[in-house]
Design a protein around this ligand. Structure first.
Ligand code: T46
Length: 138
């Protein structure tokens, strides 16, 4: 069972005009990009995510403002504060994720290796743990 999360740093090209970050599949991002979506205007008290996928690979980049992301691999939890546009969080496979503490100006870009399919969502933590336990003993 592939199950993984990690922070990734992208090179920032800065000059007196400002900064630029480039993300390229299989160059500085370890998967192909079939979909991009972005999240914005989320209020500070709101939680997003609160689900898992089985095999989807995603990279979350907070290009403006900040937000925190809790990831849970079934055994342990980590929390990441994303607040710089040249850093991302890769989440791959069966990982429960929750996004919270959005700043008013937060914009989260998500790069995904597959198209949107609402049937691939694991929507409750209990279901997620069941899937995790099945994988452990498979
Ligand atoms: C994830 C976190 C970080 C689409 O039509 N296409 C899409 O590609 C996505 C992602 C969503 N939608 C629709 C489905 C819902 O009607 O947009 C609405 C909101 O989606 P959702 O409630 O899933 O949004 P979040 O922010 O809770 O979760 C999303 C992703 O779904 C999820 O994969 O990891 O962002």
């Amino acid at each position: 069972m592939i199950q993984h999360y990690s922070q990734i740093n992208f090179d920032e090209f800065g000059d007196d005009r400002g900064s630029l970050v480039s993300v390229e599949a299989f160059k500085n991002l370890p998967f192909e990009i079939k979909r991009m979506y972005y999240i914005y205007k989320t209020k500070s008290g709101i939680k997003r995510g609160c689900h898992s996928h089985k095999t989807l690979k995603q990279c979350l980049i907070v290009v403006s403002g900040s937000c925190s992301i809790l990831v849970d691999d079934g055994k342990a939890q980590d929390t990441f504060l994303l607040n710089t546009p040249n850093q991302g969080l890769i989440i791959e496979g069966l990982i429960w994720r929750e996004l919270f503490d959005f700043s008013d100006d937060a914009v989260v870009i998500v790069l995904a290796n597959d198209y949107y399919e609402n049937t691939t969502y694991i929507g409750t933590y209990e279901e997620f743990l069941d899937e995790f336990n099945q994988g452990q003993f498979a």
